[in-house]
Design a protein around this ligand. Structure first.
Ligand code: NAP
Length: 319
């Protein structure tokens, strides 16, 4: 099969298409012929070597498609079933393996490429708005990079829960997308904390921050006393070490650095979140904005665009 095989950590130029061995399922696993692969910032961190990735290796953990082989002991999935997962081993490929326990059946009303586009970021937006901080009606919350893959999903889910969204973006085009997704106020990053405090009469109860280094201090300053900073990513770079006294000074603030793996810890939790997502897509309550589809061989270009802030919504690779 064709796959992107990384032999050394580095820039987007280490993402090269090549021939690779077809994957075979171990016990409890299935092999999927991928209809689409989701591109995520995590893939960038792994490519650079900031997150662990064995070499040589195939990047990517998200995708959806049809099962072509099942391993020993798999009883609830069959060849021909369409599944999606955020836990593939190497989804920048035509075919990939996943544990059956981490594969989610895709209902008929949801196209496989949309399932690949929504699963990882959708599960993340779900846990952030339903578990890390349960958004309540009339809460006004701050979402950074509101026109990104995560940002558009967070914005829609906060609106579904009756909240109000203040979003940050870097351009007029991104502002329009964020507003179309339901954002009530859209700001640029300059002095955003001051503006948030003015708009909310003293700060928000929660900030969803996947930007990291460049927004961290402003995010803390945007919180009301006892507010929560959910620092769920680092698109602009990792946040340097900080003094916990900063949380005291801001008004007994809370800081969490959450990961999806801890919020889909059981099959029940995974299915609860995934069924909500697919249900909202089928009913039209949640729309998934695919901002770019790239042939698998052009994974390099997808990473270049993502890192240069040229993209909106979700990026897909099409094998
Ligand atoms: N913890 C978890 O469970 C989890 C799961 C999924 C994703 N994430 C995190 O969520 C974040 C967003 O991921 P995504 O895939 O949806 O990406 P994305 O938001 O579509 O793209 C990143 C966006 O961040 C903004 N940004 C600000 N400064 C940036 C910089 N210096 N370089 C690049 N981008 C910058 C840009 O929007 P503007 O141009 O509007 O500023 C850019 O479009 C990432 O940090 C990712 O690691 C975390």
């Amino acid at each position: 099969m064709r796959a992107i095989v990384v032999t050394e950590h580095g820039g987007p130029d280490v993402l090269n298409p090549t021939d690779a061995e077809d994957p075979r399922p171990g016990p409890g696993e299935v092999v999927v012929e991928l209809a689409a692969t989701g591109v995520n910032f995590k893939d960038v961190y792994e490519r650079k070597g900031n997150y662990p990735m064995g070499l040589p290796g195939v990047p990517g953990s998200e995708g959806a498609g049809r099962i072509i082989e099942v391993g020993e002991g798999v009883t609830d999935l069959r060849v021909g079933d369409v599944v999606a997962s955020a836990d593939f081993t190497g989804s920048y490929a035509e075919r990939a393996v996943v544990a059956a326990a981490k594969a989610v059946p895709v209902p008929d009303g949801v196209a496989p490429d949309l399932a690949a586009a929504v699963l990882l970021q959708g599960l993340t937006a779900h846990y952030l708005t339903h578990s890390t901080y349960e958004v309540k009606p009339d809460d006004t919350v701050l979402v950074h990079a509101a026109a990104g893959g995560m940002g558009l999903l967070l914005t829609q889910m906060i609106k579904l829960r009756g909240g109000r969204v203040i979003g940050t973006v870097s351009s007029d085009e991104k502002e329009k997308l964020a507003r179309d997704a339901g954002a009530d106020e859209v700001l640029r990053y300059d002095d955003f904390a001051e503006e948030v405090r003015r708009l909310t009469d003293g700060g928000v109860p929660v900030v969803y921050d996947g930007v990291g280094k460049t927004t961290f201090e402003g995010s803390l300053s945007s919180l009301r006393p006892r507010g929560l900073l959910a620092l769920y990513g680092a698109a602009s770079g990792p946040v340097p070490p900080m003094d916990p006294q900063r949380l005291n000074k801001g008004g007994s603030l809370y800081l969490t650095r959450p990961s999806l793996v801890h919020y889909v810890a059981t099959r029940e939790e995974l299915m609860w979140r995934a069924e909500d997502l697919f249900g909202w897509i089928a009913s039209g309550e949640l729309s998934v904005h695919v901002g770019g589809r790239y042939p698998l061989a052009e994974a390099r270009r997808a990473h270049e665009d993502l890192e240069a802030r040229r993209t909106t919504g979700k990026l897909l690779l099409i094998p």
